[in-house]
Write a protein of this length. Structure first.
Lengths: 353, 297
């Protein structure tokens, strides 16, 4: 047997690889579910089907998918031009901090001024957090992977420091901020569910990204820079400058996600505001093939699994971490099978060596 | 003011120990051309599996062995993804980290249902005074670092490993099995990362808590670039981080600094590492085949 590169690839191969990845994920994750004393079939139904069947849980899916849309899109924008921003977590947190500043210090502003102000602040905060790694990459050639990663724990420490210090809750004394002024509540979209206008903003950003990527000269340059930096450079595209701009846009989108989360869901800053959304964003972007539409689908899928995991922990006594096991296994299986589809097996005719 | 400089220096070596184990593991991986961002999760899994085994068997040696086995398995998984399948190494690494952390926390919840447990046995410090350190600290500085320095520099395995990391085509032409060498590097390096994690539970704390690794893996990835993929500079980087961390721990209980928020003090070593990277990380030469999968043309 010998592994050979495929000369051509048939259209059904990529969907088949995804299907194989899903099946392998179900097979592999059935083991720990079994060990935890639950029925795998019942558990998978909880993870993948139950959340989509009732109106209430469907709303929760959309709510959970909202921050993932922002972080997934942020990661996809950066990865697409070959800038490996692993710092969406920190940029998301910086966005929550920045959005909290007007919300805490100017609590009485009316909504038409307060919301744009706080959202813009979130985007600026995310951009600011992305600035240093991007600047170091552009002017000193320092690997962005390491610097963006290292700033994630720093952002969390900054949140904790603010909550233990100046922003400690004035009524309870707990390390949560005060509740924001009423003008800072993102409006609910659907009566009877917690889905908020942040979802609308996220979907709008997905649409804009899709149009820019697929229908503008800028999008063409971005895709070229990501696919083959040397060829793009040769044809006159300024790759470094594109990466620099995408790094900052990526930070802004992640920061906007943080703002949407505090303004739409929490209405105050807490240390657990992120819940790893920045890291999950990498899963979303990858499963979505770094494309805007793919990010939308992947965020909905992971939102479903996450809501299902909450549900299964109550009904089936399966710890919620099972949801993260399912999504990370799915990620590894999907990238594995998608990489494997480029090769074919051939029987070796004669031994060369 | 009476500043306990000896205590700070002693703590420097203790804090640097897991970074030396895991950081040198990362050196071995990256010298073979693979960026292993699974490091954070592998340390986490090493810490948890080591703790779990030691707690249930009462044997520290078994705990350490189990951590090593977990590291080898994680290295094999990274090998399957990055060497055999040629997946994007950033994605494979982050995915592995997410999977291992989730799997460890899942098992922890299932078995103990609360956040933190202690083991009754743990490695004790040996010797006294400044030299009162854990055995794994002595092993890291006196055995592991010289051994890996020799291994990479002079041994046949080290030469093959560097060859597949610099120029896999040439290595292949010279008859070196590229895939097998990279698997070996990944498994060895990941085992060292797992031992670094196990140090936290089996020596330092004697307990397992959530988020026990706390970004130490990412620090190691930075130290490897700072140390330009060489053993002794990486050890020096680990000591630099250890020193700043020991210093902030000491200063945090010094009255003069009591007004400084604790979180700022904790963040200080991270900022020092970024600053060190900004100053000494310019124009570094990465291993030739860094991030590049190899497939015979």
């Amino acid at each position: 047997m010998k592994v050979l590169l495929r000369a051509s690839e048939s259209r059904w191969l990529a969907p088949a690889a995804v299907l194989a990845a899903v099946l392998l994920t179900l097979l592999l994750t059935a083991v720990p579910i079994r060990l935890a004393g639950a029925n795998p079939a019942a558990a998978f139904e909880r993870y993948l089907v139950t959340p989509l069947t009732t109106f209430g849980s469907l709303g929760e899916v959309l709510l959970t998918a909202t921050p993932l849309l922002f972080t997934g899109l942020a990661v996809a924008i950066a990865f697409r031009v070959g800038y490996f921003n692993i710092g969406a977590e920190g940029q998301f947190l910086a966005g929550t901090i920045a959005a909290s500043i007007p919300a805490l210090y100017l609590p009485d502003l009316p909504a038409p001024i307060a919301l744009p102000l706080a959202l813009a602040a979130g985007a600026v905060g995310g951009t600011a957090w992305a600035f240093l790694p991007a600047w170091l990459k552009r002017h000193a050639g320092i690997d962005e992977v390491v610097t963006t990663l290292l700033l994630n724990p720093v952002a969390l420490l900054l949140v904790q420091g603010l909550l233990n210090g100046p922003w400690r809750n004035s009524a309870t004394g707990f390390p949560d901020s005060d509740r924001f002024g009423a003008g800072y509540d993102l409006p609910r979209l659907i009566e009877g569910s917690r889905v908020h206008a942040g979802l609308l903003l996220a979907v709008l950003l997905v649409a804009v990204t899709w149009i820019v990527m697929s229908a503008t000269p800028l999008g063409l340059r971005l895709r070229a820079a990501g696919q083959s930096p040397s060829a793009a450079r040769f044809s006159g595209i300024r790759v470094t400058s594109l990466q620099w701009r995408c790094a900052l846009v990526s930070g802004a989108v992640a920061g906007l996600g943080g703002a949407s989360q505090v303004l739409g869901v929490q209405h105050q800053l807490t240390a657990s505001v992120s819940n790893g959304y920045g890291y999950t964003g990498i899963v979303v972007a990858t499963l979505g093939a770094l494309a805007a539409g793919g990010v939308l689908l992947a965020a909905l899928l992971l939102g479903t699994i996450s809501v299902g995991a909450q549900n299964a922990s109550i009904v089936l006594q399966l710890p919620t971490q099972m949801g993260a096991i399912v999504s990370s296994t799915l990620l590894l299986a999907a990238v594995g099978f998608l990489a494997a589809r480029r090769y074919r097996l051939a029987l070796r005719r004669r031994r060369v060596r | 003011m009476d500043f306990p400089i000896l205590a700070v220096l002693a703590a420097t070596f203790t804090i640097a120990t897991p970074l030396v184990w895991a950081g040198l593991g990362a050196v071995i991986n990256e010298r073979a051309g693979i960026l292993n961002l699974g490091i954070e999760g592998i340390m986490y899994a090493g810490a948890f599996v080591g703790f779990l085994t030691a707690a249930s068997t009462g044997s520290l040696a078994l705990g350490l062995t189990a951590a090593i086995v977990a590291g080898l398995a994680a290295g094999a998984l990274m090998g399957l993804l990055t060497v055999t399948l040629g997946v994007n190494q950033h994605v494979a690494g982050i995915g592995t980290t997410l999977l291992l952390i989730a799997a460890s926390e899942f098992t922890n919840r299932l078995l103990f249902s609360s956040g933190s447990q202690t083991i009754t046995v743990k490695f004790d410090r040996i010797l006294s005074g400044f030299f009162a350190q854990y055995p794994m600290t002595y092993v890291a500085f006196l055995l592991l670092a010289p051994a890996l320095w020799w291994l990479l520099r002079s041994s046949g395995f080290g030469l093959r490993l560097r060859a597949v990391g610099e120029n896999p085509e040439a290595a292949d032409a010279a008859g070196i099995p590229v895939a097998r060498t990279r698997y070996a590097a990944l498994m060895l390096g990941s085992a060292l990362m797992a031992v670094g994690g196990a140090f936290l539970t089996l020596s330092l704390l004697g307990s397992f808590t959530l988020d026990i690794v706390g970004g130490r893996g990412w620090i190691c990835i930075a130290l490897v670039i700072f140390g330009r993929w060489r053993v002794w500079p990486v050890v020096a980087g680990a000591l630099l981080f250890g020193f700043t961390d020991a210093l902030q721990l000491q200063l945090a209980i010094t009255p003069f600094f009591s007004a400084v928020p604790n979180e700022l003090m904790i963040a200080f070593p991270y900022l020092v590492v970024i600053a060190a990277l900004a100053i000494w990380g310019r124009g570094v030469r990465y291993p030739g085949a860094y991030l590049t999968p190899y497939r015979r043309a």
